[in-house]
Write a protein that binds this ligand. Structure first.
Ligand SMILES: [Zn+2]
Length: 344
């Protein structure tokens, strides 16, 4: 019998087949950059190919009209579903693999077949709303996986930490009335898509289970690590998730062309180590990283390597970190505002 793999990635060459207009930042080379980081790990890392999400899995989160719209747009491709969200001839197939691959990985971790994993998928998902594509996203991969965990594996309490540099409006909206899912996000603000203010804390029974940490442009390793240690960790400890999903964009990287943050590989490694320690402490180590954005090849490579180092327990030589950007007083004020909003 083959040795049991404790950490695995979902990856597939078919993720190259979602192809947009020339010059579009959400391009196939993104997944090639992540793939190069995976290939360097050799046999230490388990791998499996994605399956397509089933209609039932998609329809727990999205309307039937939305699913039909993506299918119809693929048939008449090339097409645009909003100003910057394209559909090519094979985009329906690829997007179903992204959602299904993420879901299957999460289910395997929930069943104890794996301890942790990384879904190296595209297109990203966290901007996709129930009834529409948005911001390069067709289906909301992480939300579909979270609902599958609840419905198929009785994982009741799930934390989604979204450290993509953009706010995950779609994910927030799916779960804002639902106290069983803690949606926490760090993001550049004000910035696309415009949502994610501190005061957006959830709706009705879900009040308190939406946790937004908007950050000014320029933040780097020091600020992100500070926010994770001082705000995200206590929020997680208070919520007590049974499983943690990371909406793992790498567009807060210093090289990213779309955003203005300053995180390095070392910063992403510290961030991944913090969330892994939380998972060990709170939920038996069960954690799944799901690729969202990240538009610099160097940023995707650094981010993927950082997450892999932590998941595989490797301790490579330390690299330079970015200098602190916010004064301690400004960072303290951000932390205090969010902490007081949530009574931490
Ligand atoms: Zn992003």
């Amino acid at each position: 019998m083959p040795a049991k793999r404790k950490t695995a990635v979902v990856e597939d060459k078919r993720f190259l087949d979602h192809r947009g207009p020339a010059g579009h930042p959400e391009r196939p080379e993104r997944i090639s950059a992540v793939g190069a980081a995976l290939d360097a790990r050799g046999a230490a890392l388990g791998r499996f190919a994605p399956r397509a999400a089933t209609p039932d899995e998609i329809l727990r989160v999205h309307s039937r009209e939305h699913l039909e719209q993506v299918a119809e747009a693929s048939q008449r491709a090339p097409a645009l579903l909003d100003a910057d969200t394209y559909v090519s001839a094979r985009s329906l197939e690829v997007a179903l693999l992204a959602a299904g691959g993420t879901t299957e990985l999460a289910l395997r971790v929930a069943r104890g077949e794996l301890d942790s994993g990384l879904a190296a998928v595209r297109p990203p998902g966290h901007h996709a709303e129930s009834d529409r594509a948005m911001g390069f996203c067709l289906f909301n991969n992480v939300a579909i996986a979270a609902r599958a965990l609840q419905e198929q594996e009785s994982v009741d309490r799930i934390m989604i930490l979204d450290w993509d540099v953009h706010h995950g409006n779609g994910t927030q909206h799916f779960f804002e009335s639902d106290p069983s899912v803690l949606y926490a996000s760090t993001h550049q603000f004000p910035f696309y898509p415009g949502t994610g203010a501190v005061g957006e804390i959830g709706v009705g029974r879900g009040e308190g289970s939406t946790f937004n940490v908007p950050l000014p442009a320029g933040c780097g390793d020091h600020e992100y690590v500070g926010v994770l240690e001082r705000l995200v960790a206590p929020a997680a400890q208070s919520f007590r998730p049974e499983m943690i999903l990371i909406s793992c964009g790498f567009d807060a990287h210093r090289d990213d062309p779309l955003a203005a943050m300053n995180v390095t590989r070392e910063g992403f490694r510290d961030m991944a180590a913090i969330v892994r320690a939380l998972a060990e402490d709170l939920c038996g180590g069960r954690i799944v990283f799901v690729l969202e954005g990240g538009y610099a090849v160097s940023g995707l490579r650094d981010g993927a390597n950082a997450v892999l180092d932590v998941m595989l327990g490797e301790d490579p030589p330390k690299l330079p970190k970015s200098e602190p950007v916010l004064s301690d007083t400004v960072l303290d004020a951000v932390v205090e505002q969010v902490a007081s909003t949530h009574s931490l």
